[in-house]
Ligand binder design. Structure first.
Ligand SMILES: NC(=O)c1ccc[n+]([C@@H]2O[C@H](COP(=O)([O-])OP(=O)(O)OC[C@H]3O[C@@H](n4cnc5c(N)ncnc54)[C@H](O)[C@@H]3O)[C@@H](O)[C@H]2O)c1
Length: 423
């Protein structure tokens, strides 16, 4: 069977992962169908109206202008694909992996599968998904055999939305296949899109490598979060401690505390790993459980610090005006999925706080119900009893906030004014 390196590419799911990939494939010269289940998203893509931070309207217009990018929700457009890449969500449901989007995508692609084509799963998932769930659905729906009739592989996405340094192209891409020929086909495709590909020995290793990367980050964030809590009680400046340790040029990697973890990855992916260890081995992945516990409790800890701060001024949370700065889960992005700011806002609202927020990136429909989105100006700051920095977007007027430093609880160590209450 020949290695496929040209022909129609289908990218299933046009979100944070799938849309940049589709853009890059168009740029590399492929004919690309951006297949998306959400009709309103398809309409927006056709109008070059982007909903993803890393892809501008101009990028979309350019791709559409080549005539080689077709946003679609019509299964007829899948016919004759040579390469299909699946970039659909892999959430948790009741704390357990929910693979129904991956299964639906495989069922969707199977009838359009032809001999020699290549199908790649990019969604983050537990080891075994590609070979035990994804490939069998493709086989059942197509009547073809994975490996002998068509190629199947796994290539985890490492995209870090809004990262100005590392993007799809210059971040090494792990590739794998269910057999040697599949691995070669997957490597050949991504070799056209990225600067370097790294061949994994198998799909399970590639799947687990992605989970290791995210679990590593999750555990280390939990470590500094717990350290921050104890440093506060010990009267030690945790930020200075981390700065000092970071001067070591080897054997240490800098992580910083915050109000918790968010996004599609850290609150979810490590639980895919611990779930599988429990299911397959009957054991507890203790590092994941501890990290979940510490990070999940950070929003409650931040609220405790708000209570302490207000208490020092003889104020109660009930009726206090609390200004939240930054609602998305990380700086310079509009991504509010699983944002710890939502949990902080909910707890404060339950305690009777009057909540407003400043966030230049968040879409209005993502703002928590109890929160009034306002602009960051002196009147708003003057009227606030406390200002809580949760996400440090560059576009926020930090100079202005510094002038009100004595009423700020800064969970990101962004302010420089004396008197700021830091995590
Ligand atoms: N966002 C990140 O930073 C990131 C980074 C690395 C890996 N990942 C992983 O990549 C995967 C996708 O994440 P995302 O952030 O792009 O999600 P997303 O929600 O931004 O996008 C997924 C898209 O897939 C669409 N979709 C769902 N089922 C579909 C179907 N059957 N057919 C067509 N479209 C369908 C959804 O409507 C949505 O637009 C997840 O497994 C995630 O863990 C995400």
């Amino acid at each position: 069977m020949p290695v496929v390196t040209d022909g129609k590419v289908v990218v299933v799911g046009q979100g944070y992962v799938g849309l940049p990939l589709a853009m890059r494939a168009v740029e590399a010269g492929y004919d690309v169908v951006g297949f998306e289940a959400d009709k309103s998203r398809v309409d927006r893509l056709r109008r070059a109206d982007s909903f993803i931070d890393d892809v501008s309207g101009g990028d979309l217009a350019e791709a559409l202008g080549t005539g080689r990018y077709v946003p679609s929700g019509d299964a007829a457009d899948l016919e004759g694909f040579r390469i299909a890449v699946v970039c659909v969500p892999t959430p948790l449901r009741d704390g357990m992996p929910d693979l129904h989007f991956v299964e639906d995508a495989a069922r969707l692609l199977a009838p359009a599968l032809t001999p020699g084509a290549c199908v790649v799963l990019e969604s983050t998932t537990y080891p075994g998904t590609t070979e035990e769930i994804f490939a069998p659905i493709l086989e059942a729906g197509s009547g073809l055999r994975a490996g002998s009739d068509f190629h199947v592989g796994y290539s985890p996405e490492r995209i870090d939305p809004s990262n100005p340094t590392w993007g799809l192209r210059n971040t090494p891409k792990i590739v794998s296949g269910v057999d040697e020929a599949s691995g070669a086909a997957v490597a050949a495709f991504y070799g056209d899109l990225v600067d370097s590909v790294v061949r994994a020995s198998g799909t399970r290793e590639a799947e687990l490598a992605k989970l290791l990367e995210n679990t590593f980050r999750h555990v280390n964030i939990a470590l500094v979060n717990e350290l921050a809590i104890y440093c506060h009680e010990l009267g030690i400046d945790v930020w200075s401690v981390i700065d000092m340790a970071s001067t070591k040029p080897f054997g240490f990697m800098r992580f910083t505390p915050g109000p918790g973890v968010g996004g599609h990855c850290l609150p979810i992916d490590p639980s895919y790993l611990s779930w599988q260890v429990r299911r397959a081995l009957g054991r507890t992945f203790r590092f994941v459980e501890i990290a979940n516990d510490v990070n999940d409790n950070m929003p409650a800890y931040v609220v405790t610090r708000v209570i302490e701060h207000l208490n020092r001024g003889a104020k109660a949370v009930n009726g206090s005006r609390v200004l939240l700065v930054g609602l998305t889960y990380k700086p310079n992005t509009g991504d509010a999925r699983e944002s710890p700011a939502t949990a902080v806002a909910q707890r404060l609202a339950d305690l009777g706080a009057v909540l407003s927020a400043v966030d230049p990136h968040i879409a209005p429909h993502e703002v928590p119900a109890a929160v009034d989105l306002v602009s960051c100006d002196p009147e708003v700051l003057e009227a606030s009893d406390i200002v809580v920095v949760l996400t440090d977007h560059d576009a926020i007027d930090w100079g202005l906030l510094n002038r009100y430093g004595d009423k700020v609880l800064d969970t990101r160590n962004r302010l420089t004014a004396p008197g700021v209450d830091r995590l």
